[in-house]
Design a protein around this ligand. Sequence first.
Ligand code: SF4
Length: 341
Amino acid sequence: MAGFKKSPWIIHYDASSCNGCDIETLACLTPLYDVERLGVVNTGNPKHADIFLVTGAVNEQSREVIRNIYHQLPEPKVVVAVGVCASSGGIFRECYNVAGGVDSVIPVDVYVPGCAARPEAIIDGVVRALEVLEAKHAEMSALAGSIDKILYQRADKSDAPEILALQKIAYQTEIELYGDDSLPALQQTLEDLENDFERRPQREATVLGAPTPPAHPVDESDRVIFLKAVINGKIVGSIRGFAVEDTAYLSRLMVHPYFRRRGIGRKLLTAIEKEFPQVRRFEAKTGHQSKRNHFQLLSLGYQQYKTEPYNAAITWVYFQKFQNPSDPAVRGENRPVLNLA
Ligand code: SF4
């Protein structure tokens, strides 16, 4: 952490600024302020940066670039919105081509006020960003040190805000893969997610081809089971599933990017299967380019059995697994027709 504090590396991106805030940002590097003497480095490579500094409001052209850069910064990372345009859209907020501030696309940690933001304020924002970075680093280190103490538990409705926040972070990787943010997981609202705790979501039933749930009666079997992976009280992974007749439909397997490749997703899948001892088969779907998910499902005994276009960029790939390895369907009898088009 001492390295971060003594020499933070910053990547600066102009989202659609009038150049006022950019000039002030660059002024920080000139001899008058000379932040490089304090160890601050302005890098051009997001993979080397700790702090993502954005000027200007977000428009249709810059939205994807912001996501792309943000995704490439290693964890933990901090985002600084410089100027009122980056903070809220500023005077361009109501324009037809402006989506809003940077936080309409990615999470922002520090807001620097001003139009244009003064160099002193920008430097102060970077100092505050370092404090946030230090706190995030300490939290990540503590969590990583407790990786062997992960708890896999049922989640309840009070966990919905934390699960939704995790969902938005975890699915950034999918946006990167498909260049499309229309995935249902990214569009979900808190209210929608809280409703999912009450009863089986109509949306998932439609997408997965499960029978449509009844309009009103709600019983236990109509509920979605949510599992969470918890380290030191923080949710770092989650999955959900519901049973209809002889099938358990599993979805939204997610793990925080910092905790991937540690077996958490695999354990979540195994744990949720145990929640449905009564079903004959499990079904899960994922995007056609999400190779890590494919590998994980295949390694746990799932088999790909059909594909279905979702939109121009994404094709859902469906996997199934039979609870009993001697099930006739495992040998090919009664198996759904393969559709690999
Ligand atoms: S905050 Fe002011 S100076 Fe900065 S980009 Fe917006 S309009 Fe320009």
